[in-house]
Design a protein around this ligand. Structure first.
Ligand SMILES: C[S@@+](CC[C@H](N)C(=O)[O-])C[C@H]1O[C@@H](n2cnc3c(N)ncnc32)[C@H](O)[C@@H]1O
Length: 153
């Protein structure tokens, strides 16, 4: 089942024989909970309530980290990071790293500061410089993260 807010996109999928529901994941109430969900570059907000509604106990979540899904999902109680395909799922030499071999910051977000001066010159900034602005970027935005979620915890 494909769930997303765009009714036009869902209509196109349905016309081509796929199952789709026009809804946000936050409002979606499935008839049957899924074994797994896949969220790539989604702007939805993953929460314990959302995962409990859409996933069977012990269900799997597969996601990347461009929109911070991996960083947000890893912080949810009951979630366990099982494996990560590093450094990117588009890399022919990507490696599946599991369990204790997963780097501690694999799903982390890097915070850097950038400064643009009056001539448009871009340089490194800092947290205490009022002319700097913060930029957040996942260490591995295109890694593929595999989580399990135990909603009873
Ligand atoms: C940047 S697109 C990514 C599409 C595709 N997965 C890809 O990687 O090319 C973001 C997708 O998330 C969907 N989306 C945004 N907010 C959502 C929400 N609250 N619940 C479910 N899907 C959402 C959008 O409709 C869109 O299809």
């Amino acid at each position: 089942m494909h769930v997303e807010p765009s009714a036009a996109d869902c209509d196109t999928l349905i016309e081509n024989g796929y199952q789709a529901t026009a809804s946000t994941i936050e409002e979606y109430q499935p008839a049957t909970q899924a074994d797994a969900i896949v969220a790539l570059n989604s702007y939805a907000q993953p929460t314990k309530e959302v995962l409990s509604t859409v996933l069977k106990p012990g269900g799997k979540i597969i996601t990347n980290n461009w929109t911070k899904w991996a960083a947000d999902v890893v912080a949810i109680e009951g979630v366990r990071l099982e494996a990560v395909l590093l450094p990117s799922y588009m890399n022919d030499e990507a490696v599946l790293v599991e369990g204790s071999d997963i780097p501690p910051d694999a799903s982390g977000i890097d915070l850097t500061y950038t400064k643009v001066d009056r001539s448009g010159q871009v340089s490194a900034g800092s947290a205490d410089d009022p002319d700097s602005f913060p930029m957040e970027m996942a260490y591995f935005p295109d890694a593929l993260f595999v989580f399990t979620f135990d909603s009873t915890i």
